[in-house]
Design a protein around this ligand. Structure first.
Ligand SMILES: [Zn+2]
Length: 259
């Protein structure tokens, strides 16, 4: 059973993965469990979003939007890479998921079909952790390097905790039957890679790489070329150099004597 994590455990796994965190006042008890009448879970995947705005923290954590009470995610991820905890219970972020897409994440398939309403639907809010990543979502607003790095770490933290593969990490647009387009936009860079466009597939690849290492790992920058130390002179070379010095000194002595 993949029970949902306690607030303390959620904090612990994020810290272990090297994520800088903040706790939104009241987050430990703010949830939408009453909509189902039972505790959040079992959980089977992580769902990634963009906020489609700026300064979205209070909206996500406490205020919600018209017709959709907060919390709107478990974690709000700022441009700086700071992750603010908003809930450890059920949150209004995933909405209605297509069953075919959801099943592919549940089964950790290597491919994920386009969400089809005809396959049936499930309540995504009751089975997925949600991350709202701050970005305008206009296709040009950049996810800074620190933000993307934290994003990979948060996804990996859940996978590591539950023993999931990176194929348990999806995007809102990959599961939604409500025409969602998030997340999208250019990423400044990650590890040795420069600018690239965000895709769920790339995020999963980066999470998979991270899971090969301990939670304390940091992706490297391009390694500096190894410096080759000057070779030590052989004994023969040292003797030959010494002989040359002696010979020169001898010549100078001889020259002096002749004066
Ligand atoms: Zn979304």
């Amino acid at each position: 059973m993949a029970n949902s994590l306690s607030p303390d455990r959620l904090v612990a796994i994020l810290k272990a993965e090297g994520v800088k965190i903040s706790e939104y006042p009241g987050w430990r008890t703010r949830e939408r469990d009453d909509e189902t009448g039972k505790p959040f879970g079992p959980v089977h995947m992580v769902l990634n979003h963009h906020t489609a705005g700026t300064d979205s923290l209070a909206t996500v954590a406490k205020n919600g939007v018209a017709g959709l009470p907060a919390p709107l995610a478990h974690i709000h991820l700022a441009k700086s890479g700071l992750a603010t905890l908003c809930s450890s219970g059920r949150a209004n972020h995933a909405g209605v998921m297509a069953k075919n897409a959801y099943t592919s994440f549940l089964n950790e398939s290597s491919t994920h079909p386009a969400p089809s309403k005809a396959s049936g639907t499930v309540d995504g809010n009751d089975l997925a952790y949600g991350i709202e990543t701050e970005n305008r979502g206009n296709g040009t607003d950049v996810y800074p390097r620190a933000q993307y790095d934290a994003w990979v770490r948060i996804n990996a933290a859940f996978c590591r905790e539950y023993g999931w593969s990176s194929e348990s990490c999806g995007d809102h647009k990959e599961t939604s039957v409500e025409g969602k387009i998030d997340p999208k936009g250019p990423v400044e860079g990650y590890g040795t890679r420069g600018r690239f466009s965000y895709t769920g597939k790339q995020l999963r690849a980066d999470v998979a790489e991270r899971l090969k290492h301990p939670a304390s790992w940091s992706p490297g920058k391009t390694p500096a070329p190894p410096t080759t130390p000057a070779p030590k002179p052989t004994t023969e070379q040292r003797l030959s150099a010494l002989e040359k010095t002696v010979t020169e000194q001898g010549k100078r002595l001889a020259a002096l004597e002749q004066k």
